[in-house]
Design a protein around this ligand. Structure first.
Ligand SMILES: [Zn+2]
Length: 208
C-alpha cells in the first residue's frame, strides 16, 4: 500500500488536514479500512494522532478526517471537558503509543456548551445528576466570557477550546514536556458541522 505513518507533529497535522479536505470535498478515500489493514494492526496499534473531542454524533473522528483503523486514538465526552481519566488517556497516547499530535476538537452548536449557558442563565432543564458535572467543567469559561461581555455561543465555544488546551498543558507535565522536546504538537480547533471544516485556534509545538 505504501502507507507511511506520519512521524512528526508537522506530518501528523498535515495528514489530518489532508484527510479533512477529502471529507469536505465529498470525495473521501476511506483509506486503511479493509481486511488487510484490520489484520495488520491487530498485533499492535501505532496511531499517528490522539483526538480529544466532543461526543457529538456528528464529530465522527475517522469519517471527518478520512482515515482508517489504527490511525487515531480517540477520547471523547460531551463538551470535551478535561477529567483525570481524559488526561490519563492522552498521556498514554503520548508516552506509550508515541503519537506526535494531540488534537482537541470542539464544534459549533454544542449541546454541552448550550447547557452551560442555560445553567448560567438559570434555566437548565436537566434532571441528570451527572450532567451537572459536565456543565460545572464549562461554567468557569462561561463566567469569564459573561464578565467580559461575551454571550455568543460561538465565542464561548472558542474560549472553551483555549481553556481546555491551557488546562491540558498545565496539568499534564508529561504532555508539556513532550511539546518542549519537539516530540509532540497540540492543536485546539473548532469543527463546523455544516461545512465539515476544521478551524485551528491554538497550537503548541512545531506543527507547520
Ligand atoms: Zn458538543
Amino acid at each position: 500500500m505504501g502507507y507511511q505513518r506520519p512521524q512528526t507533529p508537522k506530518e501528523a497535522w498535515a495528514a489530518l488536514l489532508e484527510g479533512n479536505r477529502h471529507f469536505v470535498s465529498g470525495e473521501p478515500d476511506h483509506p486503511r479500512q479493509d481486511v488487510d489493514r484490520r489484520e495488520s494492526v491487530a498485533e499492535i496499534q501505532r496511531p499517528f494522532a490522539a483526538l480529544f473531542g466532543c461526543a457529538d454524533s456528528r464529530l465522527s473522528a475517522e469519517i471527518i478526517f478520512d482515515v482508517g483503523l489504527g490511525d487515531l486514538f480517540v477520547v471523547r465526552n460531551a463538551g470535551q471537558v478535561i477529567a483525570e481519566t481524559i488526561l490519563g488517556s492522552l498521556e498514554y497516547a503520548v508516552e506509550v503509543l508515541k503519537v506526535p499530535l494531540i488534537l482537541v476538537l470542539g464544534h459549533d452548536e454544542c449541546g454541552a456548551i448550550r447547557a452551560s449557558i442555560n445553567s448560567r442563565e438559570g434555566n437548565l432543564q436537566s434532571q441528570g445528576k451527572f450532567i451537572h458535572n459536565i456543565v460545572a467543567r464549562i461554567a468557569p469559561t462561561v463566567t469569564k466570557a459573561y464578565e467580559s461581555g461575551k454571550k455568543d455561543i460561538d465565542e464561548i465555544t472558542e474560549l472553551h477550546i483555549h481553556d481546555t488546551i491551557d488546562e491540558l498543558m498545565s496539568r499534564s507535565t508529561l504532555i508539556a514536556k513532550a511539546v518542549r522536546e519537539g516530540k509532540l504538537g497540540v492543536v485546539g480547533a473548532n469543527y463546523k458541522l455544516a461545512l465539515g471544516e476544521i478551524h485551528p485556534l491554538v497550537t503548541h509545538g512545531e506543527i507547520v
